[in-house]
Design a protein around this ligand. Sequence first.
Ligand SMILES: [Zn+2]
Length: 312
Amino acid sequence: MPLSNAVRQALAEDRARQQAREQAVRRRTSSATTASRLLWLEAAREPARTVSRTLLRRAADEWRRANRASSSAIETGIQQAAAQGERAGLALLAAADADTGTVEQVGTQVLEEATREGSRLQRTLARRAAEGAGNPDRAAAILRDGFAKGLNPREVAANLSREFYLADYQNERIARTEMMRAHRETTRSIYEQQPGTVGWRWVIEESDRTCAACWAMEGTEHPTPEPMPAHPNCRCRMAPILKDPRADSFLQVPDGETQFARQPASVQRRVLGPGAYDLYQQGQISLRDVVTTRNDPTWGQSVTRVPLSRLA
Ligand SMILES: [Zn+2]
């Protein structure tokens, strides 16, 4: 028997109400995850994008709501977030209760520092300027402006390219490297303001696009005062080490050596390059052997590959 329009409509309304109820429950129980995902999307998917004050506040509200809701919901949220690799978001979430004003200033200060008179980047740009490549003083303003507006490195690179006649990849490297540095230092200052945070772990994207040096750094632990020695163009992030071991167990970052060993040969070969891959395959080197740190004249303290000639 065909349903009358009235019954059909009543059923549809009932289904809609049911869906809304389910959604409300899902929202409540997963608000910790939602909050961290929001931040993660902002901070990790678009790594150099600064976390806006509004977003931090929203995350703080979500977090407080979740806190009131139930502690098991938070744990589920944390677990899910950790499982989904949203550790960076959790770290920032912890910062939601920190003084976001000072946190926001850190990134700007870092960029000022990076581009001030006599800095490494300034010297490099000045050399370019001497070659007729543009006004180095403008670089500072462009980077700071981009950071403040939350532009992504590509957009900032486009602004730099109007000022500097450098290759696109060079402008992009400056924008990405310096903005990521500002972002990481912001994160680190958040950790410093959190009494529950005692250090940070190196977080990578486990893919064949990540370099061998960073693969080797995955999961390594560092004290909070140590800035991340990321290399130019590096996309790696930090996750907090928490004083409370139970809370910290949710934030464990896998160990690079173990994770790398599990990768298909095609990924290992692509990351290591054919020469080092052969040595690795034959068990003559471990992943840790391919990474070292150096003080790069332009980019500062950064991890780098050990040349093949020194591995063999
Ligand atoms: Zn790397």
